[in-house]
Design a binder for this molecule. Structure first.
Ligand SMILES: [Zn+2]
Ligand SMILES: [Zn+2]
Length: 144
């Protein structure tokens, strides 16, 4: 898969993202709704999948004591979300310039979703955020 282009609205933050990509997740928590304006769709990638083309306007906001949000200081686009102590980070699905090869697979934190919309796409709904499993080189047989 050729790298996918990723950029904020003003294009001062630009990445190239190499595959593979896992899935698109939607989070309906209060922080995601406030920072994105609605609910936030994201794709989890590992740091070594990101090639930075430009990020001089990128700023990091300490969203909670466990999580950091990346955003563009020029245009305000939400770029990323990183959970402390876990590898990788989540990137805004809406900032990909190229078509994503993966689909939205579920809704998270639906307990905090806005009251002005319904979720009727039939996808799984989690009460909290089920952080995607860490990628492992070999399939695990352990039951969590
Ligand atoms: Zn920007
Ligand atoms: Zn959220």
């Amino acid at each position: 898969m050729p790298p996918l282009r990723f950029s904020c609205e003003c294009s001062q933050v630009q990445y190239e993202i190499s595959g593979p990509l896992p899935e698109v997740l939607a989070c309906h928590c209060t922080q995601c709704r406030k920072s994105s304006g609605h609910y936030w769709a994201s794709v989890r990638v590992q740091d070594d999948q990101i090639k930075v083309i430009s990020d001089t306007t990128l700023a990091i906001y300490q969203s909670t004591d466990m999580a950091q949000r990346g955003f563009c200081t020029a245009c305000g686009s939400t770029i990323s979300w990183r959970l402390q102590g876990r590898p990788g980070l989540l990137l805004s699905a809406g900032c990909f310039d190229d078509d994503l090869p993966v689909r939205l697979t579920g809704h998270h934190f639906v307990t905090e979703k806005g009251n002005y919309y319904d979720l009727k796409d039939g996808l799984p709904q989690a009460e909290r955020f089920d952080y995607p499993a860490d990628p492992s080189p070999a399939p695990s047989t352990e039951e969590a």
